[in-house]
Design a protein around this ligand. Structure first.
Ligand code: PBG
Length: 312
């Protein structure tokens, strides 16, 4: 009579790719995860496919950052190279989703082009839209199966949809980070992706954790602009938002991002012997699915698949 069952098909695993060769750089705040150079992806993705995980989401750490994040839309950029490598290795056995954002690629660490006015600097929403389209199209050209814009720029889904269609990628779906909160739970990710802003924060474009109704408004806009999948991020402190979005938009597949800080808390407490990692992680993942998520992006994906194999 169990209502909610996890399966490996529920999961998407985030991967961090870096430049260099034979490089596996462990991420200290995310035990078990590392930045991998492109040549090490082959073994990694084969293991992921064997575990039954259907998809990965890619984050790139480029060799050079600049003020407009130009590696993000370069033909031989880090993400583009990684996509080609994975598609060559796995073909249709593994869906490759690319995160479309600029914070890992800009030297200031913001998610787009920064406009400096006296005493004030902020991301220029509309200037950023142009380069977001370039980035999305170049990911699709490299072979990405799905595009996931995460920068929370207003109007991004609309322009990316048009840009992909015009470039002949009408069939490539967009997963929108529709309700993305300005969250302290992204801390470990910013170490992993080397993307902490050098000044200010992301509060002007990410959402206030105190707002629930606003999430529905953001989601509604993205649906109207043509989002094929929606995302709520983070997951655990926002189960109410996941539930409300699912009830309001039942026809649109919903992803939830069980983010780096949520993973790190479980790992750290488990390492101290204070909690049982397997039981806590599975309880969290089950609660995210119970709340209404159809897809769970999680750093626990590989562990969860192994636990499911042993314990069902
Ligand atoms: C990029 C992006 C972030 C995450 C995913 N895409 C970080 C941020 O907004 O600072 C966070 C994921 C995680 O914490 O696991 N904009």
């Amino acid at each position: 009579m169990r209502e909610t069952e996890l399966t490996p098909r529920d999961f998407v695993l985030p991967l961090f790719v870096r430049h260099g060769e034979g490089e596996r750089v462990p991420i200290s705040s995310m035990p078990g995860h590392a930045q991998l150079s492109v040549d090490l992806l082959k073994d990694e993705v084969q293991e992921i496919v064997e575990l039954g995980i259907p998809a990965v989401i890619l984050f790139g750490i480029p060799e050079h950052k600049d003020d407009v994040g130009s590696d993000a839309y370069a033909d031989n950029g880090i993400v583009q190279r990684a996509v080609r490598e994975i598609k060559e290795t796995c073909g249709r056995d593994l869906l490759v989703i690319t995160d479309v954002c600029f914070c890992e690629f800009t030297d200031h660490g913001h998610c787009g082009i920064v406009n400096e006015k006296p005493g004030f600097a902020d991301v220029d929403n509309d200037a950023t839209l142009d380069i977001l389209v370039k980035e999305a199209v170049s990911h699709a050209q490299a072979g990405a199966d799905m595009i996931a814009p995460s920068g929370m720029m207003d109007g991004m889904i609309d322009v990316i949809r048009t840009g992909l269609d015009e470039a002949g990628f009408e069939h490539i779906p967009i997963m929108s980070y529709a309700a993305k909160y300005s969250s302290a739970f992204y801390g470990p990710f910013r170490e992993a992706a080397e993307s902490a802003p050098t000044f200010g924060d992301r509060r002007t474009y990410q959402m206030d954790p105190a707002n629930g109704n606003e999430a529905l408004r953001e989601v509604g806009l993205d649906v109207a602009e043509g989002a094929d999948l929606l995302m709520v991020k983070p997951a655990l402190s926002y189960l109410d938002v996941i539930s409300r979005v699912k009830q309001e938009f039942p026809e649109v597949p919903l992803a939830a991002y069980n983010v780096s800080g949520e993973f790190a808390m479980v790992k750290a407490a488990a390492e101290q012997g204070w909690i049982d990692e397997q039981r806590v992680a599975m309880e969290i993942l089950t609660s995210i699915k119970r709340a209404g998520a159809d897809v769970i992006i999680t750093y626990h994906a590989k562990d969860a698949c192994r636990w499911l194999m042993v314990d069902g």
